[in-house]
Design a protein around this ligand. Structure first.
Ligand code: FRU
Length: 470
């Protein structure tokens, strides 16, 4: 037996068929989360992109709707965002409730020009009309894209801000508009932080600080090369917004230390900062095992900032299904490997453990009898690292040229180490310390690899609490 690429995750969005990359137009509107996405239904590789569309009330069960913005021979629909223009500043609305307005990059396949265009919908995103005077922003560039629009909250609250990248220059450009149709340049950010790869899919969001009545502004940027796990990844800066000027107050940091977290942007109008990303890496995206469809989104994650060593660290918490507990342990010593009486291809494991004198403590997920397959999440208190090891996870050919063990610094308070591992058919997302460290990797075990184990090496650890959700 080997990996069956037609098997789909339960809680991660995948398209019915064909190729998927970036999430686009994320917005909560009328009780529905809208997930638009870079989509090519008839192909398993990237090409003339359209915006696919799905809706959900809980970010877990998605209903896929027809393609929302379709590519033409002369114009492909690249990444962008959607806002609800409640006050109808654009005048596109008509009936009073205000339109949904999409800002997207029109990519011209022949000359490679990248311009920003508008489409709008007055029926909850079901049908879209292209603005007659498109494009609304054209600077004659072939590397100018991924507009993310937000309310211009710093001034009188009436207008709009847009961030987008000059990707080759590793810069985020900010524009301002009173009506979503006329845009004026306001400021530039970068190059700074990781500049090895081109910049893509920026976002700017206000994030609350845990335990304080304060917020800070976070800039997100996806970079195609140079991430810690290899290839593509995301960096963030914490800072302040002065008018349209973003000023970082800390150095750049990596958002996720795995190989498969990219192009994440936030949901407009969500009650708290909430992002979702594409679970892949441009280095090998077209080699990922696939039959009917290729590409999945990460789980949505809420964001907060946590004071740590005089700075602020981003904390990410996945939106998960409330599933029954199928196994639980409390206050048990652990030395060696303990196989758990659970069979699951999709599950969530929460481990609170005192490492004691063990060198390494962790969880094996998707273990196989006979196949030797396993994907391992570990913490090493001595070296202060956490790791995700997919060397023996199953079908590994697609990431052969890559490091298969991804590590991150282990942040620890005084209490036990807290590891949360979300496994869903072909992915593993790890959150350490309540989300202060995140690692996301694709993994493609065989369907029969459904075992689970915890382990301590080189000494005895104490499992304070272990919970496995189905
Ligand atoms: C990021 C990206 C964007 C672009 C889109 C094209 O993954 O390269 O910059 O708009 O994908 O599909």
């Amino acid at each position: 037996m080997s990996h069956d690429p037609s098997l789909r995750p339960r809680d991660h969005f995948t398209p019915r068929r064909g190729w998927l990359n970036d999430p686009n137009g994320l917005v909560l509107h009328d009780g529905e989360y809208h997930l638009f996405f870079q989509h090519l239904p008839d192909s398993l590789v990237h090409g003339p992109m359209s915006w696919g569309h799905a809706v959900s009330e809980d970010l877990l069960d998605w209903t896929e709707l027809p393609v929302a913005l379709a590519a033409t021979d002369t114009e492909h629909v690249w990444s962008g965002s959607v806002v609800h223009d409640a006050a109808d500043t654009s005048g596109l609305g008509g009936d009073g409730a205000g339109p949904l307005v999409a800002l997207w990059t029109a990519f011209e396949p022949v000359g490679g020009m990248q311009r920003q265009s508008v489409s709008w919908s007055v029926d909850r995103g079901r049908t879209w009309t292209s603005y007659a005077a498109n494009p609304v922003l054209d600077i004659g560039s072939t590397a100018f894209r991924d507009p993310k629009v937000l309310r211009d909250g710093n001034e009188d609250g009436a207008g709009w801000l847009m961030v987008l990248v000059l990707s080759e220059e590793r810069r985020v450009e900010t524009y301002r508009s009173p009506d979503l149709l006329h845009w004026e340049h306001a400021s530039s950010f970068g190059p700074t932080g990781s500049v090895e790869g081109i910049w893509e899919c920026p976002d700017l969001l206000r994030v609350p600080v845990e335990g304080l009545d304060e917020t800070a502004v976070v800039m997100l940027v996806s970079v195609q090369e140079g991430a810690p796990a290899g290839g593509s990844g995301m960096q963030y800066w914490v800072g302040e917004l002065d008018g349209a000027d973003f000023r970082p107050t800390q150095d750049a940091r990596w958002m996720d230390h795995g190989a498969d977290f990219y192009a994440a942007v936030s949901y407009a109008d969500a009650p708290e900062p909430l992002v979702q990303g594409w679970m892949s890496n441009w280095r090998y995206a077209d080699l990922v095992p696939a039959a009917t469809h290729r590409g999945a989104m990460t789980l949505a994650r809420t964001l907060a900032l946590r004071p740590r060593d005089g700075e602020l660290a981003l904390v990410q918490r996945p939106v998960v299904r409330h599933s029954p507990v199928v196994h639980e342990l409390r206050d048990e010593p652990l030395a060696g490997t303990r196989v758990l009486p659970v069979a699951a291809r999709t599950c969530r494991v929460v481990l609170e453990v005192e490492p004691g004198d063990a060198d390494r403590v962790g969880v094996h997920v998707r273990t196989g009898t006979g196949t030797g397959h396993r994907t391992t999440v570990w913490v090493e208190p001595g070296s202060g690292t956490v790791g995700l090891d997919r060397r023996a996870s199953g079908e590994t050919g697609f990431h052969e040229a890559f490091a298969a063990v991804h590590t991150a610094p282990l942040v620890r308070g005084d209490g036990p180490v807290r590891l949360e591992v979300v496994v869903d058919e072909s992915s593993v997302e790890v959150f350490v310390g309540g989300g202060e460290v995140a690692l996301t990797d694709l993994a493609f075990p065989d369907p029969g690899d459904d075992g689970l184990a915890v382990f301590a090496e080189g000494g005895t650890a104490l499992v304070r609490h272990l919970v496995v959700h189905a």
